[in-house]
Design a protein around this ligand. Structure first.
Ligand code: SAH
Length: 354
């Protein structure tokens, strides 16, 4: 089978995915990326969904070897936003016409079941937005209450689908638990997001293929693939950063294999490559997650250094992104950007009856 035929297949074996990830010739990589762009257009259209992130706490009880927020990083100044600050920031985001709020933090049980429920419920009182939680692994009954309080989506990256590597990176925690959490969240009716980090120490292209296959098995609504960036004061501070091209190839292969999922152009990609956001959006991505954490806290949410967030006044963020998107013929979506599976089933966008 030649490359063109391979790229147009409906379903893919593990070996085929690995061979696509291993493409090296510039011309072949271009063909892969063009095909991913085509599949993205077919399933997602030209609209780019914005998800406004609020990183409300950098306290964390975990000790992930790659993450700057790890409990063992005693040099990081820690902060917590008050519920009122979080609710107010969410209001500002929705006033800008951004209708997904992502609440992200380290694993911080200070925000207990009731406090998170209160924050979700209050945001929903003021604004017609979708709420995504990205606060790590919590108790199953907490997920249930938060769904009742109004949460719509949950983002919990599996980070790596290789169980051995998973337990090394995460202090003996188990991949199978992470997967159980994602499956339970899905059974509660959450739209679920997961994904990996590309270029973690010891990771191979075979592992990345398994990441994409796991995303497929979990039937995700969003799949995120961002490059590893070494963070100071972590065991992996001197390791090599993930490679931009491998990240783009991963996103492109994921788009071709997974088809009707949301895929973000990550902040990590924009951090290791100035043009990363645009490169991501033309390699299969259809989502951007701009950071709206108040400036006085943002510098301390240091999962990795020099995060390339848009530092302009929040009101300018949308105008700037609109301009960047226009340059590649894309536009900002005016909707909430719900799961493509919810709206279109397994159909392509062109089959949607307008
Ligand atoms: N505590 C939450 C949120 C973690 S931070 C949770 O466990 O889900 C959000 C994401 O940042 C992580 O899921 C991880 O994929 C990414 N991340 C952390 N450290 C990173 C690093 N050094 N380089 C690239 N991405 C990193």
């Amino acid at each position: 089978m030649n490359l063109k035929e391979l790229l147009h297949k409906e379903s893919f074996t593990r070996e085929e995915i690995i061979s696509l990830l291993k493409l090296q010739k510039g011309e072949e990589i271009r063909e892969l990326i063009n095909r991913a762009d085509e599949v993205r257009r077919e399933y997602c259209g030209e609209e780019v969904h914005l998800r406004g992130i609020i990183e409300f706490s950098n306290y964390c009880t975990e000790d992930c070897l790659y993450c700057g927020l790890r409990a063992g990083n005693l040099k990081l100044q820690r902060y917590r936003m008050s519920p009122e600050e979080i609710i107010e920031t969410a209001k500002q985001i929705s006033n800008l016409g951004i209708f997904t709020i992502v609440l992200q933090s380290g694993e911080d049980s200070y925000y207990d079941k009731d406090l998170i429920a209160y924050i979700i419920y209050s945001i929903k009182q003021y604004s017609d937005v979708a709420i995504t939680l990205s606060i790590g692994e919590r108790e199953f009954d907490e997920y249930r209450i938060w769904k009742l309080a109004g949460a719509d989506r949950y983002l919990l990256k599996h980070e790596t689908a290789n169980p051995k590597l998973y337990s090394i990176y995460h202090n003996k925690q188990k991949l199978e638990d992470r997967i159980k959490h994602l499956e339970f969240l899905k059974s509660l009716g959450y739209q679920i997001g997961s994904g990996n980090i590309v270029g973690l120490p010891m990771q191979t292209e075979e592992d990345i293929a398994d990441d994409i296959l796991l995303c497929s098995k979990l039937d995700l609504d969003m799949a995120a693939f961002g490059p590893f960036i070494p963070a100071p004061n972590t065991p992996y501070r001197r390791r090599k950063a993930g490679n931009v091209m491998l990240t783009l190839k991963t996103m492109a292969v994921a788009r071709i294999v997974l088809k009707n999922v949301h895929i973000p152009a990550t902040t990590a990609l924009a951090t290791i490559d100035e043009a990363g956001r645009i490169k991501g959006l033309t390699s299969g991505a259809n989502v951007i997650m701009p950071d709206f954490t108040p400036m006085k806290y943002r510098q301390y949410y240091e999962i990795y250094p020099n995060r390339n967030t848009i530092k302009d006044d929040p009101s300018a963020v949308k105008a700037l992104l609109t301009m960047q998107l226009e340059s590649i013929g894309r536009k900002i979506s005016s909707g909430k950007g719900d799961s493509l599976k919810l709206i279109f089933g397994n159909d392509k966008i062109s089959h949607y009856p307008y």
